[in-house]
Design a protein around this ligand. Structure first.
Ligand SMILES: *Cc1c(COP(=O)(O)O)cnc(C)c1O
Ligand code: SF4
Length: 465
């Protein structure tokens, strides 16, 4: 193991030169408790590497509009500062100039240079954010259930068997991803938030819907919550017969990347593991839906220890992530990520297409390229890693997988398929769109073979009004 010291810090960073798994020896210990670093700390943070003045100013401009948050673990152990600005974790966390449209960037930069009054900057920021599609794929309009005049605010029920829940205490993360499609939740604009305080409402809704088999807790990051808050949400599943039908409980998280100490050193880490174990013992499938974009997130000893401890509870860890320019637009990166996951006991689950929101233009990858990356990556791994599906778009009608490009009856087409549908009857039916090398999302595609509409469009219109 090759240990390097980062100039300007007291800490050391472990940086293995090969990707061979090694038994944890020294586990990186956090310097104290979790502490978030934000735009206010940009100066200090960039002392870790040679970030020049222009880049620092660009970060200040972009972080005025898009959320920015990191912590010492990310800076000291995940980023390879010798490779900045190309390092994938740096791109994943640190704002870059290209993440805003030129005119938006210039507008905020000018205001900052002439030290405009705060309200003026805020007005500009508000306008720019409103133009960034804060709630893609009809999240707000169509999916929040209501019954007898009661609106279940923190819930989304889009697919018959699965309820999505956003606990209000989980609407932040240990660090923020620059591409995050949930960015609207982090910028403090109440209007844009989707959340709920109501554990009771969640349990009541689930008890009233015996056809729901899955609960998917999401955020932000539910693992930001204290264990005792998580208890309020999860404990009833271990003893309430009215919730018996909810067989699978998934928790979406990026804590294994951004703060693996959550499962190892935090003061309530052991309690969290005991809670997961209790839910497993109640006869349920507990899945940690871990967000990993790059194998570089899986190299520290502490993340490996966290994975081992979670698996010891009987919970399963599944890996999922979007494909992004500047971060993981490379089949070799995905193949290595999946191989590493399989070895560590993580099941590869989804490769997503980046959603149409926030810094989309910076990260977006054409669908045809997504498919090439997926195919070239999946060809390199054994069947154990081919549990992964994708590339998949979480679009208004459902999750649509790009199966590939093919020539059918002399026409070049995309072959697509629903992995999830707002109407379950759509699932598993291949359908065709005209090939378009530039298309990056379902709504940019047209039906192939001269048809007027995709087969699901009438049904979708009937459902969404
Ligand atoms: C992805 C997703 C789910 C879960 O879908 P699976 O295919 O079961 O993983 C549930 N609800 C929403 C809104 C989703 O986007
Ligand atoms: S961890 Fe998830 S919710 Fe949090 S910033 Fe990243 S993508 Fe967004």
């Amino acid at each position: 193991m090759n240990v390097q010291v980062i100039p300007g810090t007291a800490g050391t960073r472990e940086w293995p030169q090969t990707d061979r798994s090694e038994a944890p020896k020294a586990i990186e210990h956090p310097q104290g408790r979790f502490r978030a670093l934000t735009a206010k700390n940009l100066d200090t943070i960039t002392d870790y590497g040679n970030v020049n003045g222009d880049d620092l100013f660009a970060m200040r401009v972009v972080s005025t509009v898009l959320p920015f948050r990191t912590n010492r673990y990310v800076i000291e152990h995940l980023i390879d500062w010798d490779r900045v600005p190309d390092d994938p974790i740096y791109q994943l966390v640190f704002p870059q100039k290209g993440m805003l449209a030129d005119e938006d960037f210039r507008r905020v930069a000018d205001l900052m240079v002439r030290e405009a009054p705060r309200p003026e900057i805020e007005r500009a920021v508000f306008d720019i954010r409103a133009g960034l599609n804060p709630h893609p794929a009809g999240q707000r309009e169509f999916n929040i259930p209501s019954e007898d005049d009661e609106v279940f605010e923190g819930l989304q029920h889009k697919y018959r068997e699965t309820v999505l829940f956003f606990p209000s205490q989980g609407q932040t993360c240990h660090a923020y991803c620059t591409f995050c499609f949930r960015w609207a939740q982090f910028v403090g604009d109440k209007e844009l938030k989707i959340s709920s305080k109501d554990a009771e409402g969640l349990h009541r809704y689930l008890a009233a819907h015996p056809n729901v088999s899955d609960l998917l807790m999401t955020g932000g990051d539910p693992m930001i919550m204290k264990t005792r808050v998580m208890e309020g949400y999860l404990r009833p599943f271990t003893d309430d017969p009215a919730l018996e039908h909810v067989q699978n409980i998934r928790i979406g998280t990026k804590a294994l990347t951004f703060w693996p100490h959550r499962f190892v050193h935090d003061e309530d880490a052991d309690d969290m593991l005991r809670l997961l174990e209790a839910v497993v013992r109640s006869g349920r499938h507990v899945a940690i839906m871990a967000h990993f974009n790059h194998w570089q997130e899986l190299r520290t000893n502490v993340v490996r220890e966290a994975i081992r401890r979670i698996r010891d509870t009987g919970a399963v860890i599944r890996g999922q992530a979007p494909l992004l320019a500047h971060i993981n637009n490379d089949p070799d990166v995905w193949a290595r990520l999946w191989r590493e996951q399989v070895r560590l006991g993580i099941i590869p689950y989804y490769m997503f297409v980046e959603r149409d929101t926030g810094a989309k233009q910076y990260f977006e990858v054409p669908l045809v390229r997504c498919w090439e990356v997926f195919r070239q990556a999946v060809q390199q791994v054994s069947g154990l890693a081919r549990t992964v599906r994708g590339p998949s778009m979480s679009a208004t009608p459902g999750k649509v997988e790009v199966l590939g490009v093919q020539e059918v009856a002399g026409e070049k087409v995309f072959v697509l398929r629903f992995l999830q549908g707002r109407d379950p009857d759509w699932v598993g039916r291949p359908f065709f769109a005209k090939f378009d090398p530039q298309a990056t999302w379902l709504d940019g595609l047209e039906p192939a073979f001269g048809e007027d509409a995709f087969f699901f469009e009438d049904g979708l219109r009937a459902m969404t009004g």
